[in-house]
Design a protein around this ligand. Structure first.
Ligand code: ATP
Length: 458
């Protein structure tokens, strides 16, 4: 996530390297050791002898498969286009099957995912690959527990703040923010804008998942009066609205393929052509993209343009899931509670037991879920102290409790819990919300409303 940013990432243009400035200007940055460079060697199969060395600090994961977009491109016919990945986690290197046809094997065991150590050999198709080394690197940490509106005191978040600080100073970085739903991607974009030299300019946010397909081009690039039925006046698109500032394009993976080509042109030429016009209009916009999907995987599957992926992936920022932020649940809970008190005046406190219940929870809806749990508990609590029962949480990891455990909770809480687990899993399984809605037997609007009701999506 956070890098020694003196070196631009491999996918960035020359000259796009991040400036080497102090991290916050509020004292020297500290650092932590985190998994960094990973070396792989192909020891058996058509690519035998191939070696790969990747900085996981920058790349976050290494993918292997036959598709050209993988870091480790393999010629083995028994390997899928997008076969496996090695991911940096707080526990080490996680090997994960990406839904391949023939699977991955550790010895004779087929595994879906496993933590592997240097020296481990795994097999994909007829190819054997060894994790030769996994080295720790020193990662700078911000010395504050806040980056504009983003709060966090865990090392994972302070490492991200340090990286954001450097990106914010950059003239025109291409930032791709990834992270689970509700983890704070939009807040990253807004905070980057506020910290940048463009902060006096406009900040415009658009969620590509909610733009109707037939209107997408005119919403992004604008249209001329009379260009289509209902186009009653010349109208700017969001690129023009964000001129001089920042445009945040959320859920970029949901943009239809034909529009991805047009978007790429706009990014390269820095000008838009409104629907119904021919005249290009210059736009000076810093675009921050976000996704909760694995875009690289989508590229392998032909669902996302490879050239656009390279174009937008200049500076990847991975927002860690809340469950990987040591100490942040309590810190954020107290901050959200303080905001409720400031707004309505009634004093409440979280008991020690309540804090422990919050920390035991896995937070599939991440910070958004935590925020809505605290806000709900604040209003439901009968006395000054917010008790664990006011949280309406089930202590077991979501969706994995046995049927017997569901009966220990009131019907409404159990159903809500099930629904949150169901929709979180649904979103993780399908590349687009349209497909997710279809699988759930809902309209896209029905899905949106359900997610909103459950506090899983805006
Ligand atoms: N680090 C943080 N500090 C304070 N508030 C946060 C933080 N991260 C997220 N939030 C709050 O959590 C909610 C969800 O954040 P946000 O909308 O940025 O998430 P997201 O990842 O963009 O969600 P989605 O995937 O649904 O688009 C917002 O209310 C936001 O203010």
């Amino acid at each position: 996530m956070t890098t020694h940013d003196d070196d631009p990432p491999a996918s960035a243009d020359p000259g796009e390297g991040l400036p080497t400035r102090p991290l916050t200007g509020r004292g020297p940055g500290r650092s932590m050791r985190r998994l960094g460079r990973v070396n792989l060697r192909v020891c058996e199969g058509p690519d035998r002898g191939r070696e790969l060395s990747v900085d996981l600090e920058e790349k976050l994961s290494i993918k292997g498969g036959r598709g050209a977009v993988n870091e480790l491109v393999l010629a083995d016919d028994h390997i899928s286009t997008s076969h496996f990945e090695l991911v940096r986690t707080s526990r080490g290197v996680l090997l994960r099957d990406l839904g391949s046809l023939n699977g991955i094997y550790l010895g004779s065991h087929r595994v879906r995912e496993a933590w592997i150590e240097p020296g481990t050999v795994f097999r994909a198709g007829q190819t054997q690959i060894q994790l030769v080394a996994a080295e720790a690197v020193e990662v700078p940490l911000a010395t504050t527990d806040q980056f504009e509106e983003l709060l966090g005191r865990s090392p994972a978040m302070r490492a991200m703040f340090a990286r954001l600080e450097r990106i914010a100073q950059h003239k025109n970085p291409r930032v791709l923010v990834s992270g689970e739903t509700g983890s704070g991607k939009e807040l990253v974009a807004r905070s980057l804008h506020r910290r940048s030299a463009r902060s006096a300019g406009p900040y415009v946010a658009r969620d590509c998942a909610t733009i109707p397909r037939e209107l997408a081009e005119s919403i992004l690039f604008g249209f001329r009066r009379g260009a289509f039925t209902g186009a009653v006046a010349d109208t700017r698109g969001c690129f023009e609205e964000a001129h001089g500032g920042t445009l945040f394009l959320d859920e970029i993976g949901e943009l239809p393929l034909e529009l991805q080509a047009k978007l790429l042109r706009v990014l390269e030429q820095k000008e838009v052509v409104r629907v119904g016009e021919h005249r290009p209009r210059p736009v000076d916009v810093r675009v921050v993209f976000a996704t909760h999907r694995d875009l690289q995987h989508m590229v392998s599957e032909g669902q996302f343009r490879e050239d656009l992926w390279h174009r937008i992936n200049g500076f990847p920022v991975a927002v860690p899931p809340l469950r990987e932020r040591d100490g942040d649940v309590r810190f954020l809970a107290e901050a959200f509670l303080a905001a409720c008190i400031a707004e309505s005046g009634a004093h409440r406190v979280l008991t020690e037991e309540t804090c422990r219940a919050l920390e035991a929870h896995t937070w599939p809806g991440n910070v958004r879920e935590l925020r809505s749990v605290i806000e709900r508990a604040y209003w439901l609590a009968e006395g000054d102290a917010i008790a664990p029962a006011d949280l309406d949480l089930i202590a077991e990891p979501r969706g994995r409790g046995s049927a017997n455990e569901w009966f220990l909770h009131p019907h409404a809480a159990a159903v809500g819990e099930f629904e949150r687990a169901y929709f979180t899993e649904l979103l993780a399984r399908f590349p687009t919300k349209v497909l997710a809605a279809r699988a759930a037997g809902l309209t896209p609007e029905g899905l949106r409303l359900a997610l909103k009701r459950l506090g899983l999506r805006p």
